[in-house]
Design a protein around this ligand. Structure first.
Ligand SMILES: C[S@@+](CC[C@H](N)C(=O)[O-])C[C@H]1O[C@@H](n2cnc3c(N)ncnc32)[C@H](O)[C@@H]1O
Ligand SMILES: [Zn+2]
Length: 278
């Protein structure tokens, strides 16, 4: 079922069909030819091309297509679906969805288990959303800002924020009381072997979602998803480097250390935390 959207200008409900939407104040929007909605207003852009650029989107898509994060994506999709069954006709948003690798697997899991749901993937990067559109037509994809979503107050049952920025004020506005927020973020040992090769001193981010989310959200449960996988050639190592911020900060000496490797065993260590909107 298509996801009900609101006007990014006046936040009133949008009505129409899969090609065109309009609000009561006659702000109108045409679907892009690929089928997504561009609901990012010019005054919400801090740069000409906000969010992940075309190269970042391409690099992430290339690495994810190798399948090493499939087990992670499946676990996230299962957990989301378990939570979704607790709500009638749940409305679900994947905020900062990128090119939709996780969103797509959520949609497949939901479809197998729930007859009536609405699922939207939202990202500020049009490159990411264009790529997402190609993979799955059963998600409502939109280019929009997570800091002001084209979504009615207290209308969301579940939101996922996977490796993306937390924006607690806007999440509080759009989530229903009692709604749930699922957050994925790197654990201390995530890609530790790669970080050890790149940095002389490996640091922990110290990030905790609690400290960012504040009192509107109650921590419910944190699960660690941890396994090892092995990259088996230089092309795979380069695909990972192009995707992670560690790869963007690499020195020439570290690049040479990595170039000498035939394979690289890595730890995936991801925290999946569930919060409840108070
Ligand atoms: C590290 S990527 C994660 C993408 C995806 N969830 C995944 O795990 O593959 C972070 C994403 O957040 C998006 N982003 C950055 N600022 C944003 C904002 N203000 N609103 C919505 N998305 C944003 C970027 O364009 C990028 O696609
Ligand atoms: Zn409007």
């Amino acid at each position: 079922m298509p996801f009900d959207l609101n006007c990014p200008v006046c936040l009133q409900p949008l009505q129409g069909d899969l090609k065109h939407l309009e609000c009561p104040e006659h702000h109108s929007y045409d679907a892009a030819k690929q089928g997504y909605w561009n609901l990012l207003l010019a005054n919400q852009k801090r740069s000409k091309d906000p969010g992940d650029n075309a190269e970042m989107v391409q690099a992430r898509g290339q690495f994810l297509s190798l399948g090493y994060y499939q087990q992670l994506a499946q676990t996230i999709a299962l957990r989301l679906t378990e939570r979704a069954t607790a709500h009638a006709a749940p409305r679900i948003v994947d905020m900062g969805c990128g090119e939709g690798y996780y969103t797509q697997q959520m949609q497949q899991q939901l479809q197998q288990n729930i007859s009536d749901y609405q699922l939207a993937g939202l990202d500020i990067s049009k490159h990411a959303i264009k790529a997402a559109c190609r993979h799955n037509k059963d998600v409502t994809w939109m280019v929009a800002s997570g800091a002001r979503m084209p979504i009615a107050d207290a209308s969301i049952d579940l939101m996922t924020v996977l490796f993306s920025r937390l924006m607690p004020d806007e999440f509080s506005r759009t989530l229903k009381p009692g709604a749930e927020l699922l957050i994925a973020y790197p654990g201390d040992d995530h890609l530790i072997e790669l970080r050890t090769l790149i940095y002389t001193e490996v640091r922990h981010s110290g990030f905790t979602p609690e400290s960012v989310l504040g009192e509107a959200f109650e921590a419910r449960q944190t699960e660690t998803i941890r396994y090892t996988f092995t990259l088996t050639n230089q092309s795979q190592i380069n695909a990972l480097l192009a995707m992670t911020p560690h790869g963007w900060r690499i020195t020439q000496a570290a690049r040479e250390r990595l170039a000498a490797l035939q394979q690289l065993e890595l730890t995936l260590d991801v925290c999946l935390a569930r919060f409840r909107r108070a």
